[in-house]
Design a protein around this ligand. Structure first.
Ligand code: PAF
Length: 282
């Protein structure tokens, strides 16, 4: 497995793969890899001849009061996992490589979608994501890139950026990987105390209850969202939102919309958890 830290060798390696007629998948991550990340890598392996994983804790997607400084950094363990999962290369760039201009660097922004849902509670977050992901795409030049559906809004924002900017690559979404009790895997789960960890699966259960009510046609969208918020509060969460949206573009569902996504973000102790489920109405 090649470990790359800068642009030139990364591009040279990808060029060599291309000359050999091989396709390339990129799996962007912030490290602290768990089974959810490994599932992204597995999907990448199935679809492409070569897989590059990037590890970069991107400062521009963290707000001033967020966990950038304390975000878990576990490079040695991550590299072991990536070797075991047969990644071909890992790109571990420094901040100066990703953002050579210290201040006033170019920002890529997807209007509307980026300030809705999580974007309303984390101002600038998705601008940070799109700004770093486009840089990674431009450095690596992959045929495809894989992102987890756990961050469904992120996936939707990135798909929109690629469509709007005519980026010549395919964006693949990989299903959320869950612990046995339903909690979606996330690096931020380690912020939960043992007591909070026992409560955390209620987030997924609440989303499943929303799905049941939508399928049973019980109550309108707003009533279902309100009931879910109340149930999260009773369980001890401080919810940011529960939202039933169109799965295609996260707009409010219209009467004929059949493919829905129910999304939620809620704080539990130090952790801010997000999750979502799909609903296909008959
Ligand atoms: O999902 C993540 O880990 C990050 O938001 C990403 C896509 C690697 C960009 O920093």
């Amino acid at each position: 497995m090649d470990i790359l830290r800068s642009l030139r060798p990364t591009r040279a390696l990808v060029q060599a793969w291309r000359h050999a007629g091989q396709t390339v998948a990129l799996v962007p991550t912030m490290g602290n890899l768990h089974d959810g990340h490994v599932s992204l890598l597995r999907l990448a392996r199935q679809r492409a001849d070569r897989v590059m994983v990037s590890i970069f804790v991107n400062p521009t997607q963290f707000g001033p009061s967020e966990d950038f400084a304390s975000y878990p950094r576990t490079l040695a363990a991550d590299l072991r996992r990536l070797r075991a999962a047969r990644a071909d290369a890992v790109l571990v760039p420094g901040v100066a490589t990703m953002y050579p201009r210290a201040g006033g660097a170019t920002v890529v922004s997807v209007p509307g979608l980026s300030t809705d849902l999580c974007g309303a509670f984390r101002p600038g977050h998705f601008d940070g994501v799109t700004s770093v992901v486009l840089r990674l795409f431009n450095i690596v030049g992959p045929d495809m890139a894989v992102f987890g559906e756990k961050d469904y809004q992120q996936l939707t924002v990135i798909r929109r950026m690629c469509a709007d900017l005519h980026l010549p690559l395919q964006v693949l979404g990989a299903p959320t990987v869950r612990d046995a009790d339903g909690l979606a895997m996330s690096s931020r789960n380690q912020y939960l105390t043992p007591a909070e960890r026992t409560v955390a699966p209620r987030l997924y259960e609440t989303l499943l209850a929303c799905r049941q009510r939508l399928l049973a046609n019980e109550g309108d969208r707003r009533a279902i969202e309100r009931a879910a918020l109340a149930s999260l509060r009773r369980a001890g969460f401080r919810p940011d939102y529960v939202a039933i949206r169109s799965a295609a573009d996260l707009t409010l569902p219209q009467p004929g919309t059949r493919r829905l996504r129910v999304l939620a973000a809620a704080r539990l102790g130090r952790a801010r958890l997000i999750d979502n489920v799909s609903v296909r109405l008959p």
